[in-house]
Design a protein around this ligand. Structure first.
Ligand SMILES: C[S@@+](CC[C@H](N)C(=O)[O-])C[C@H]1O[C@@H](n2cnc3c(N)ncnc32)[C@H](O)[C@@H]1O
Length: 304
């Protein structure tokens, strides 16, 4: 067959053919392959005869390609966890967490995980779940004391959580009220979800229970107009703009999973700081009703 070849590129990898059997040609802008008849003398490439053109079939569309079975979701999560546990980043983060707990005399007994996304459809969610399991290991918190919720969870995710012994909440709510010091693992959640959780615990008694491992609240203050924050996220604004009251320990960059853990920090009230009564107007009124001589500032104490 004669053809008007515009350019020829010898192609020899991944087709399972020796180099001189297949060439890629560009013919009037269209890429095709042509099979070479094995020459008596391979050096004489100019005298090859070519069989008919074969359009290049994309790898994705190739038929008869053996389909590899996807490992189970549990296996994928275990792999993601293993990848993290073997990385120095994880041990560094667990150490930062331990140091933070010691420095502020915190002993969390529960974990509430919100906004994880769906592990069956997101590798970032699987990595974040792997990290949650590493937190359980380093803090000694039993899987049965981990509550988890995201409205996007699938049935496959539900089965996974059962296998892991985690407790999937049944209710889609944002205003979780805490009764003890709780790690809130909330990776990359929306402003409104953070605000709802903080508002639900906005009292002198409950705010010390909040131990966030989440995006740095300060980042929201830096990126969202103050006026908007004042109306939509006043608790978050109060915490993030308070000097020395809300302690923030940023986690280092995770080079194996950059996007899953970027701008994550451990945040809680600083046990050595004092919170002004003006933060809790309702509490202030009730204190004054009981004792008009009570002081206007109170030291934060961990209730656990
Ligand atoms: C920006 S995505 C983050 C997903 C994942 N963590 C990641 O980093 O890719 C925020 C997640 O919050 C979840 N979400 C929204 N409202 C929620 C609620 N009330 N409780 C728990 N999760 C919620 C959304 O479904 C979504 O999966």
């Amino acid at each position: 067959m004669s053809c008007d070849v515009i350019s020829v590129t010898r192609y020899h990898h991944d087709l399972g053919c020796p180099q001189w059997w297949v060439e890629l040609i560009r013919l009037h802008g269209r890429t095709s392959t042509r099979n070479l008849v094995k020459p008596a003398n391979p050096e004489e490439t100019g005298r090859f005869k070519y069989s008919d053109f074969q359009p290049v079939v994309s790898r994705k569309k190739r038929k008869n390609k053996p389909q590899l079975e996807r490992p189970s979701l549990l296996t994928l999560v275990q792999r993601a966890r293993e990848e993290l546990s073997q990385d120095a980043w994880n041990s560094r983060c667990q150490q930062i967490l331990q140091d933070h707990l010691t420095a502020h005399s915190l002993s969390p007994s529960k974990i509430l995980c919100l906004g994880l996304g769906s592990p069956s459809s997101s590798s970032n969610s699987r990595a974040q779940l792997g990290f949650l399991l590493e937190i359980c290991k380093s803090t000694g918190i039993e899987h049965s004391n981990v509550s988890i919720y995201d409205p996007v969870f699938s049935q496959e995710d539900d089965v996974l959580f059962k296998q892991l012994g985690l407790c999937k909440l049944s209710e889609n709510k944002a205003n979780h009220s805490l009764e003890a010091t709780t790690i809130l693992w909330m990776p990359h959640c929306d402003l409104d979800l953070y605000e709802s959780v903080l508002a639900a615990n906005w009292s002198r008694e409950q705010l010390p229970y909040v131990l966030l491992i989440s995006n740095r609240l300060e980042d929201y203050v830096d990126s969202i107009p103050r006026q908007k924050l004042e109306t939509r996220a006043s608790c978050l604004l109060q915490l993030a703009s308070s000097e020395n009251i809300f302690e923030c320990c940023p986690l280092p960059v995770c080079s194996v999973r950059t996007t899953a853990f970027n701008t994550i920090a451990i945040q809680s009230l600083n046990s050595k700081a004092t919170i002004p009564d003006s933060w809790f107007p309702q509490t202030l009124h009730s204190i004054q009703a009981v004792s008009p001589t009570s002081t206007s500032e109170h030291r934060i104490q961990d209730k656990t």
